[in-house]
Ligand binder design. Structure first.
Ligand SMILES: Cc1ncc(COP(=O)(O)O)c(C=O)c1O
Length: 451
């Protein structure tokens, strides 16, 4: 039984699901133990986050891996949360409306009606979820029938692939590739091949997931790129899932474009946002999806039968955060604009010290991650001390243990067939205190000079 389990895991890890039945027949086992992971979940049990958080706890490096700020969120939302739980209204600590706390859906509807120049119905076109993660899950689970194909642009936020597979769907991948190998590389230099993209669409395509601003590359998709994708989605009558959790983290002069605002696109687009990213409160885990009523209904089915309703006081606090932002909209003290301004020098500082140490960073147009090609430093790292398959895993683990700085291996954001495309890179996060970024620079420069 143990042997069969190992063989099954290997087969599914390679995404050779059809091999499962062959292995079963070969081993003579008709059924697995009732206590085993169900077949549809096999191969989806690895997570770079679980592994690297464990590594950070063990080796205590300076952690530039996970994407969260190490500084306080704005007082508006923190005070609003304290008031919600300690204030006079006892109901703010009790269950609220399943599809979103009324005050929050109203605030979201007001904001996105303004941004999309259309009237969103707060009760029918918005769903509040447990982080953008659940919004993605409800979108994919709520729309996928066995055999449906979803197009994913690589590198991708790693949960897209298992969410599709668990729903019975089939992911199809297309990679963004850097068009420059030297000089200053920006995330705009990472592009998809248009023919390759067009060839992925067919009558089985259920939808495409677009992430702009992009994690981990930082790409802010241009109008022309989005229009190209939109035209294919219309031609093949597919959905578009637009993961816009970094919508407010765009650096001048770039502009975030919502694909739902392109002609005839609202009807087929589900857009996903995150309060964690918007207000620097990633631990609060509130997100949302918005889109036309007929599409949102499918998400509601998943939400009401899994999470059912999200945390009330946190929704109240985020609603207040949005109400305040709406009053300051477009003004310099708006958090929507000030956070990106605050992050710009951090981005440039990180690009500078990574270059000084010998890496080739891609300067992001948005988001708070930076990918850097580390291969010029390969002879300074003892990759053979690590047992992983992919070089970026070896590099990041070796650096965590021996140099005291943690990054994330980008091959985790590629399909098995394309993992090699991520191997030369490391992803660092720069939404960190200046002292911690300075410490990261010192660690790297000291290490470089020791060699
Ligand atoms: C691209 C992308 N989508 C979704 C999420 C999930 O967001 P949340 O923390 O709100 O669940 C993240 C978090 O890092 C992300 O980077």
């Amino acid at each position: 039984m143990m042997l069969m389990k190992v063989l099954l895991q290997k087969a599914t890890a390679k995404r050779q699901l059809s091999n499962i039945s062959i292995i079963k027949a070969f081993c003579g086992f008709a059924t697995m133990s009732k206590f085993d992971l169900p077949e549809r979940l096999i191969g989806n049990d690895k997570s770079v986050w679980v592994e690297y958080i464990g590594l950070a706890l063990k080796y205590k490096p300076l952690n530039l891996g996970q994407g969260f700020p190490d500084f306080h969120a704005p007082n508006t939302v923190r005070n609003a949360l304290a008031n919600a739980t300690l204030g006079t209204n006892p109901l703010l600590n009790q269950y609220t409306r399943s599809f979103g706390h009324p005050r929050l859906v109203n605030a979201l509807a007001a904001l996105y009606s303004k941004l999309l120049s259309r009237n969103l119905d707060a009760n029918k076109e918005i769903l509040v979820t447990s982080g953008a993660y659940e919004a993605l899950y409800a979108t994919i689970q709520g729309h996928t029938s066995p055999g449906d194909e979803w197009i994913i642009i690589e590198p991708f936020f790693d949960c897209y692939e298992p969410m599709i597979r668990i729903s019975g769907g089939i992911p199809k991948f297309i990679a963004l590739r850097p068009t420059k190998a030297s000089g200053t590389v920006t995330s705009a230099d990472w592009i998809f091949d248009k023919n390759e993209m067009a060839n992925l669409f067919n009558e089985k395509t259920k939808g495409i997931i677009v992430n702009t601003p992009h994690n981990p590359v930082g790409k802010v998709f241009t109008f022309e790129e989005l229009q190209f994708i939109a035209d294919l989605a219309k031609k093949w009558d597919t959905l578009v899932v637009s993961d816009e959790v970094y919508e407010w983290l765009v650096y001048q002069p770039y502009k975030h474009i919502r694909i739902a605002t392109l002609p005839e696109m609202y009807e087929r687009t589900i857009t996903i946002g995150s309060a964690g990213k918007t207000f620097s409160v990633t631990g609060w885990k509130i997100g949302w999806a918005y889109g036309p009523e007929n599409l949102l209904k499918n998400l509601q089915v998943i939400h009401q039968n899994s999470v059912y309703t999200c945390n009330t006081p946190i929704q109240e606090a985020i609603a207040i955060g949005f109400e305040e932002e709406l009053k300051k909209f477009g003004q310099p003290d708006s958090y929507f604009t000030s956070l990106a301004e605050e992050l710009l020098p951090k981005r440039d500082y990180m690009a500078k010290f990574l270059s000084e140490v010998g890496m080739f960073p891609t300067i992001p147009e948005g988001g708070y991650f930076m990918v850097a090609n580390w291969t010029a430093l390969e002879n300074k790292v003892k990759l053979d001390e690590e047992t992983d398959t992919y070089k970026d895993y070896k590099f990041t683990k070796w650096m965590t243990k021996n140099v005291g700085l943690q990054g994330i291996p980008p091959s985790a954001f590629y399909s098995n067939e394309h993992k090699h495309l991520g191997e030369d890179f490391v992803r660092y996060c720069f939404i960190k205190n200046d002292e911690n970024l300075k410490e990261a620079a010192d660690i790297l420069l000291k290490w470089k000079n020791q060699q």
